[in-house]
Ligand binder design. Sequence first.
Ligand code: ABF
Length: 236
Amino acid sequence: MSGELSPIDKAKFVAAKRAAEFVEDGMRVGLGTGSTAAWLVRCLGEMVREDGLKIRGVPTSTRTAELARDVGIDVISLDEAKWLDLTIDGADEFDGELSLIKGGGGALLQEKIVATASDQMIVIADIGKEVERLGAFPLPLEVIPFGWQTTKALIEETLVSMDVLGRNTTLRMNGDVPYFTDEGNHILDLHLNRIGNARQLSLVMNQIPGVVENGLFLDVCDKVVVGYGDGRVEIR
Ligand code: ABF
């Protein structure tokens, strides 16, 4: 399945393959979104088709749902599953406390709901995602389209009142038009450079009317399976 891969794809693939070993027969598994999570879905598909693994998967986006069905995974909704044994997903950044920034792929809302409804969450990532402090990657905020410019102004004002240094906020685009999430919302990317108090920031951002959810995943991740371009894997 992996063929001749670039070092970055190899890193993603080996992390996904190692994480797939945590999946057991009968599990209800949350399936993440993004290129690393896509490797996981392909690995699980292979285990279903070739080893007879029996799982039910809850995808975190329409993209993942389509891929999961294509590779032969039994796809159910979160409400059908009710609760999940394990979720495996990618991330944009992770730090030493296993706090994460997610949402670069635009699926943070479903990803957070699914991860929170799981006994365990495992992140799969290439080593390039490890950071000492979160924030170099822009923090995504999912906002409802109604009055988004007013919401943006309120977010910026709030960041000023919190003495946050980077305050540049951009609307995520899809070519010439605003990006729409699976839930029909927009995404504002906060270019903060460095997040001082992630917990406070997450709480305050989610209090702003119009903000649906933010991409900080705190106290959600149980392990990170890290892949390297030479095929090594480490577990944090
Ligand atoms: C999802 O996909 C996201 O939360 C994160 O934004 C992104 C990571 O993508 P990739 O694996 O392609 O780097 O997991």
